[in-house]
Design a protein around this ligand. Structure first.
Ligand code: 9MR
Length: 466
């Protein structure tokens, strides 16, 4: 009881002291009021070239500093909108580009004092960006040192008048079968074949003056079941592979300009030979043997100009792998068996860097080999952090397409062969949700959207040819 009374006394004293302090007695300064952080609200009045930025007023400020950027990290600013001093709680930003994403934020200021940044508001101007409709091969063919612009195709796309057929004939000067010229669809048993799809693809290329690149004679991921389960001796297995290579190369001699003879023979970990059925049954000389059989078959069929390629992926970033590929390549060169190297380039908008790609490719250039960028696509959602192709990612992808095309175009004439994109439309690419790649979500890696509309990536490709 007694204790409660004392407590109440102290509380009363405290309240009285506080009241007397807060009373304006004309003798001391006002208490400092902390400068509030503004709250940015959604943009309004959005047009093709402008929008109105809005925010909620903060008490006792003399104005605001407004930032506008095309990226959400504000690493660059739209001209003049780097801490632009404004008053009121709206500002109309003009002179913008159509169909482009912008970001804004504000800070309050009072004298020299500046608050923290507000939240960030994203806004996309209206309108459509007109992509450059120039056909890829038309621009590539007009270069001082032209090269083939290729695309991966499926036989069912090649019916006359289909959208694929039209785009292919307009834009591309080379084609690669995306899967139908691999061993598993063609080889149905020892010495028995299904040529239907492969023949259709090769004939389409030949009839329309489009270069045909053969892909791929030997690949561990395309072994037909009968060969996987082969019960004969290793020597008999080797004879089956030799017969397959000989029969395929002979059938298409003079019709197919180049072949990926061996695909992806190096492992991703220590840069050793991948432990495939071919290595297990044929031994470490199998790569050389396959190239030799391909060369012999072409020569025997009268095609002394067939180009033989070794094709692999991720060599620009995986240096152990790159080194091993070049060991293989040197060995093949010493035996006069290889004409070029295929760099698949299943890339992302962040990787590999320009320097990594140039360094990798240049190792083949200095050896005088042909360069095939053989399976190009550029992921923009490898971390599954977007649910649609944002303008920011779209432009980053465009820049990455531009970069690799520029690298390719700068190669000496003698090293140029083809730059092949791995498919037409985003929604039909192998990448979205690919288990092989461990790709977690949707993606937009190619030059055309699901409706065959040109993407900025396509414009980036064209700009790489400037
Ligand atoms: O994109 C190709 C896909 O449609 C096929 O189902 C798959 C198996 O034949 O092969 C894909 O292409 C691969 C290419 O042949 C070699 N490098 C990796 C490619 C993506 O897996």
């Amino acid at each position: 009881m007694k204790l409660t009374n004392i407590k109440m006394g102290i509380a009363l004293l405290l309240v009285m002291t506080l009241l007397s302090c807060s009373k304006d007695d004309g003798n001391g300064p006002d208490p400092i009021e902390v400068l509030g952080i503004p709250f940015a609200s959604t943009a309004s009045n959005i047009t093709d070239t402008s929008f109105q930025a809005n925010w909620v007023l903060v008490a006792k400020t003399d104005g605001y500093l407004l930032d506008v950027s095309t990226n959400s990290s504000f690493s660059t600013f739209v001209a003049e909108f780097n801490a632009l001093s404004v008053t009121g709680n709206t500002f109309v930003i003009t002179g913008l580009s159509p169909a482009t994403s912008y970001y804004y934020r504000v800070r309050a200021k009072r004298g020299v004092e500046v608050s923290n940044n507000s939240n960030i508001i994203a806004v996309t101007t209206t309108g459509i960006v007109a992509e450059d409709p120039t056909f890829l091969k038309v621009k590539a063919n007009a270069l001082a040192n032209p090269f083939f612009v290729g695309v991966a195709v499926k036989s069912q796309q090649l019916s006359t008048g289909s959208a694929y057929d039209v785009v292919l004939k307009n834009e591309f000067s080379s084609l690669t079968a995306e899967y139908e010229m691999k061993m598993n669809p063609i080889s149905t048993g020892s010495g028995s074949y299904n040529w239907v799809a492969a023949d259709k693809i090769v004939k389409y290329g030949n009839d329309n003056g489009i270069n045909v690149h053969g892909h791929a004679l030997v690949w561990h991921n395309a072994v037909p079941n009968w060969l996987t389960n082969f019960s004969g001796t290793n020597a008999e297995f080797t004879m089956e592979v030799k017969k397959y290579i000989t029969d395929v190369v002979t059938r298409y001699a003079g019709k197919v300009k180049s072949w990926d003879v061996v695909n992806e023979a190096v492992n991703d970990n220590d840069g050793g030979l991948r432990n495939t059925i071919f290595l297990q049954k044929m031994g470490p000389n199998y790569i050389k043997d396959c190239f030799q059989w391909a060369r012999d078959a072409a020569n025997a069929a009268g095609d002394t100009n067939l180009l033989l390629f070794y094709n692999d992926y991720a060599t620009s970033t995986n240096i152990n792998k790159q080194n091993k590929v070049y060991t293989i390549v040197e060995d093949l060169m010493a035996n006069n068996l290889i004409d070029g190297v295929g760099f698949q380039m299943h890339n992302t908008y962040l990787s590999p860097t320009k320097i990594q790609m140039e360094t990798d490719i240049n190792r083949a250039v200095v050896k005088g080999l042909k360069i095939h960028v053989s399976e190009l696509d550029i992921q923009v959602n490898q971390n599954n952090d977007i649910t649609y192709l944002t303008e920011e990612r779209n432009l980053a992808q465009k820049a990455k397409y531009l970069e690799i095309v520029k690298i390719y175009n700068a190669l000496p004439a003698a090293n140029k062969y083809a730059l092949t994109v791995w498919g037409f439309k985003d929604n039909e690419s192998w990448i979205p949700y690919s288990t092989d790649l461990n790709h977690p979500g949707n993606d937009w890696p190619l030059l055309y959207d699901k409706d065959f509309k040109l993407k900025s990536a396509h414009t980036g490709f064209l700009e790489g040819l400037n």
